[in-house]
Design a protein around this ligand. Structure first.
Ligand code: PLP
Length: 356
């Protein structure tokens, strides 16, 4: 066949994102909500979607949705931007604050998408690994920022996959120590009920990421948003694909956001189940569990990769992190429905008992 010249060199080391989406009876690997949007809200969505003119371009900035999010957060429209999932906004962060000759400070182990985006945009990556309990190595983080060459960093709160929060005093010290853009990724904040939003008035360099994918059951619809200061949000307007959030997604997100209070019961159920799964894992011999403020729990077990495979053979798909640096022998289970969690715990005990 006639050959094509090589793609851009920064692609050479990049693995396509593939969270090993394997079919299983119990899918608790991707931190999805175990429940779909309630049926009465689905009916309202159907009605709203029927009114969308498919032949017309959508409102590029999704202003109606922006206004709803702004109002709920005590902000103005200019302090909010909506994206095609949080993932688009993470990529746009690398476009806005990264690029050739610029530097991203990564704090691993954390969400792997950050490093991918830095690589794609030819951004230099410097790292300050977390402590063994996944807390931030604050002296090292501050020392690294004080050198002055970091352009942006991302603190994940709760962190994925470890589940721990960034402490408010630590977030403040980091924001104060640098003029780099500091993103706090609050993709799971509905499960931790903690936010740094009140800090937005004091720190122009703070930006907060949220998503409809987790608490609001819309992983399949792709809507996320940023809260930030106007001058920061203005930069995001420049790099975004004009119509990245389609008219149908905007309509769905508006209905869901209007009814967001009705998702509170589901969030409470997940928080309750998180406590139960944590206790049962803690009581399991040979398992080390990390406390979580999110809708997933990280745990460590000898021979983790084999445990993961044996769970899958028994119909339960969780996430294997055992090959990631700093996460040796670690697996992550999302908090599913009560039945799904029971099945996971039963199969895990069976797998571990069979090894004794
Ligand atoms: C899920 C997640 C996101 C955003 O996901 P989207 O589905 O793209 O909105 C962002 N950050 C972290 C840490 C996540 O786990």
């Amino acid at each position: 066949m006639h050959q094509v010249r090589p793609a851009a060199p920064q692609l050479a080391d990049i693995e396509p994102y593939d969270p090993k989406y394997l079919p299983a009876d119990v899918m608790i690997s991707a931190n999805e909500n175990p429940s779909d949007v309630p049926s009465d809200i689905r009916r309202e969505i159907d009605h709203e979607v029927r009114r969308v003119a498919f032949n017309r371009y959508p409102d590029p900035l999704a202003n109606e949705l922006r206004d709803m999010i702004a109002e709920a957060n005590g902000l103005s429209r200019d302090q909010v931007i909506v994206g095609n999932g949080g993932d688009e906004l993470l990529f746009n962060t690398a476009l806005c604050w990264g690029g050739p000759g610029r530097t991203f400070l990564n704090l691993p182990p954390t969400f792997s998408v950050y490093v991918n985006n830095a690589q794609l945009t030819n951004t230099r990556i410097v790292e300050v690994p977390r402590n063994p309990d996944f807390s931030l190595d604050m002296p090292a983080v501050l020392e690294r920022l004080e050198r002055g060459d970091v352009d942006f960093t991302i603190l994940t709160s709760p962190n994925n996959p470890s589940g721990d929060l960034v402490r408010l005093d630590e977030a403040k010290r980091i924001l104060e120590s640098t003029d780099a853009l500091v993103m706090i990724d609050e993709a799971y904040f509905e499960f931790s009920r903690q936010t740094v939003r009140p800090l937005l008035d004091q720190y122009e360099n703070l930006i907060i990421l949220r998503t409809f994918s987790k608490a609001f059951s819309l992983a399949g619809v792709r809507v996320g948003y940023l809260l930030g200061n106007e001058r920061v949000i203005d930069q995001y307007k420049k790099v975004r694909q004009p119509y990245s959030v389609d008219a149908v997604s905007q309509a769905i997100a508006r209905v869901v956001y209007r009814h967001r209070g009705e998702f509170e019961r589901g969030v409470e159920r997940i928080i309750e189940q998180r406590g139960r799964v944590f206790e049962e894992l803690s009581a399991t011999d040979g398992v080390e569990v990390f406390p979580s403020q999110a809708n997933y729990i990280l745990f460590r077990v000898d021979g983790a990769h084999e445990v993961w495979q044996q769970l899958l053979d028994r119909g339960v798909l969780i996430r294997d992190f055992s090959h990631s640096r700093g996460l040796e022998n670690c697996l992550r289970t999302s908090i599913g429905s009560e039945q799904e969690n029971t099945r996971f715990l039963t199969e895990l005990h069976a797998v571990l008992d069979a090894r004794r």
